[in-house]
Design a protein around this ligand. Structure first.
Ligand code: F6P
Length: 361
C-alpha cells in the first residue's frame, strides 16, 4: 500500500511557502509514490477536518507564487484553541480532537511548515505521538537551530529595494528618512537590509538605542555636509530602559502582541531634538508578499524535498535545517529555547560598524 503524508502551513505567510508545498508534493509523488494531503489554514484544518488531496498538477506552476495555496492561521493552536461563546473568547485544549482527526487520515507523516509558533506546536503534537517533521519558515530569520529560513532573503530584498527608493527622495529634500522593517524580537531584516541599502543608522531589538546619541549622529552627518540621514528601524527596537511600541493586541493569537510604529516615535523625537524635517515609512506586510527571490526558491525546494526524505526515514520530531553549506536535521525542541537573536559579535554587525553604520548605543 502506498504511503500517505500531509502538509500544512502555519503562522504568518511568506514568499517561498508554495515552493516548499510544491517540493514536498512532487518529491513525495515522484520518488516515493506517496499520496499527499494538503491541510487547509494550518492547524485549523486538522481541528475542523478541512483538507484536500494534492496532485502533481495542483502544485505545478506555484514555484514563484507568493502566499500559500493552503491558507495559514496564526490563531489555530490545538492546545489553546479560541472558542467564542456569548461574545467572550475562551481557550480550549482540543489536541485530542486534532490527534483523532489525524488518525482518521492514516498518515505516515505530517510536514509542518512554520515559524517558532507553528513548530513549537508541532513539537508538542510530536510528543503526543503524531509522526511529523518541521520546515523552518519566517521572514524574521529568528528560528533557532537553522542558519537561515526561507522567506528571509525575499523580505530583505523587498526592504532593501524600499530603502534604495527612500534614499533618492531623502537626498533631494535633505531629510531624515526612517524606514521601519519587520523583526519583533530579532533584528536580522533590519541588519541585512540596512547594510544592503546603505543605512546610516540601524536600530535593532538586540541593541537598545539612546535617542540623544542617534540625534548627535545625525547632526554630525549634517556638519559633514551629508544633508540627509537614512535610519532603518526594526519594529521591535526599543530605547535603553524603555519598551517596544505596541500597535495592537490580537487576543486570540498564541503570540498576541503586534508591534508597529516605533519608526514614528523615533522620527518625532529626532525632529524635536535636531530640528531636521523627518519622514517615516513602514514597510509592513509588503515584506511578506509577492514572489520569492531565486535564493528562496532554491532553499524552499531543498528544504521541502529533504523533509520528505525525513518522513521516509521516520526521522520524526526533527526539523530540516541549514548549517553552513549542508542540510541537517535538528530536534524540534530547539525551537522552544527561544528566538535566534543577532549576537553582539556578529560578523555583519562588525562589518557595518566598520563602514561607519551606527547602531544607536
Ligand atoms: O513573524 C513574522 C511577522 O511578519 C513579524 O515580523 C511581524 O511582527 C508579525 O509577523 C506580523 O504579524 P501579523 O501578520 O499578524 O500582522
Amino acid at each position: 500500500m502506498s504511503k500517505r503524508i500531509a502538509v500544512l502551513t502555519g503562522g504568518g505567510d511568506c514568499p517561498g511557502i508554495n515552493a516548499v508545498i510544491r517540493a514536498v508534493t512532487k518529491k513525495a509523488i515522484l520518488e516515493y509514490g506517496m499520496e499527499v494531503i494538503g491541510i487547509e489554514d494550518g492547524y485549523d484544518g486538522i481541528i475542523n477536518e478541512h483538507h484536500r488531496k494534492l496532485t502533481y498538477d495542483d502544485v505545478s506552476g506555484i514555484l514563484t507564487l507568493g502566499g500559500t495555496i493552503l491558507g495559514a492561521s496564526k490563531v489555530a493552536n490545538p492546545y489553546r484553541y479560541p472558542t467564542e461563546s456569548k461574545g467572550k473568547v475562551d481557550f480550549k485544549d482540543v489536541s485530542h480532537l486534532a490527534r483523532g482527526n489525524l488518525e482518521k487520515l492514516k498518515l505516515d507523516g505530517l510536514v509542518c511548515i512554520g515559524g517558532d509558533g507553528t513548530l513549537g506546536i508541532a513539537h508538542d503534537l510530536y510528543k503526543d505521538g503524531v509522526p511529523l517533521v518541521g520546515v523552518p519558515k519566517t521572514i524574521d530569520n529568528d528560528i533557532r537551530g537553522t542558519d537561515v529560513s526561507f522567506g528571509f532573503d525575499s523580505a530583505v530584498w523587498i526592504a532593501a529595494e524600499g530603502i534604495d527608493r527612500i534614499h533618492t527622495t531623502a537626498q533631494s529634500h535633505h531629510r531624515i528618512m526612517i524606514v521601519e522593517v519587520m523583526g519583533h524580537k530579532a533584528g536580522w531584516i533590519a541588519l541585512h537590509s540596512g547594510v544592503a541599502g546603505g543605512g546610516d543608522v540601524i536600530l535593532i531589538p538586540e541593541i537598545p538605542y539612546d535617542i540623544d546619541k542617534v540625534a548627535q549622529k545625525v547632526e554630525e552627518r549634517h556638519r559633514r555636509r551629508r544633508s540627509f540621514t537614512i535610519i532603518v528601524v526594526a519594529e521591535g527596537a526599543r530605547p535603553r530602559g524603555g519598551g517596544v511600541v505596541v500597535q495592537r493586541m490580537v487576543k486570540e493569537s498564541a503570540d498576541p502582541v503586534r508591534l508597529g510604529g516605533v519608526g514614528f516615535v523615533v522620527g518625532e523625537r529626532l525632529e524635536q531634538i535636531t530640528g531636521f524635517e523627518t519622514r517615516t515609512t513602514v514597510m509592513g506586510h509588503l515584506q511578506r508578499g509577492g514572489s520569492p527571490t531565486p535564493y528562496d526558491r532554491v532553499l524552499a525546494t531543498e528544504l521541502g524535498t529533504r523533509a520528505v526524505d525525513m518522513v521516509a526515514e521516520r526521522a520524526f520530531g526533527q526539523m530540516v535545517a541549514v548549517k553552513g553549506n549542508s542540510l541537517v536535521s535538528v530536534s524540534l525542541d530547539i525551537v522552544a529555547q527561544g528566538p535566534k537573536l543577532v549576537p553582539r559579535d556578529h560578523r555583519l554587525l562588525r562589518s557595518a560598524i566598520g563602514v561607519g553604520t551606527y547602531f544607536g548605543d
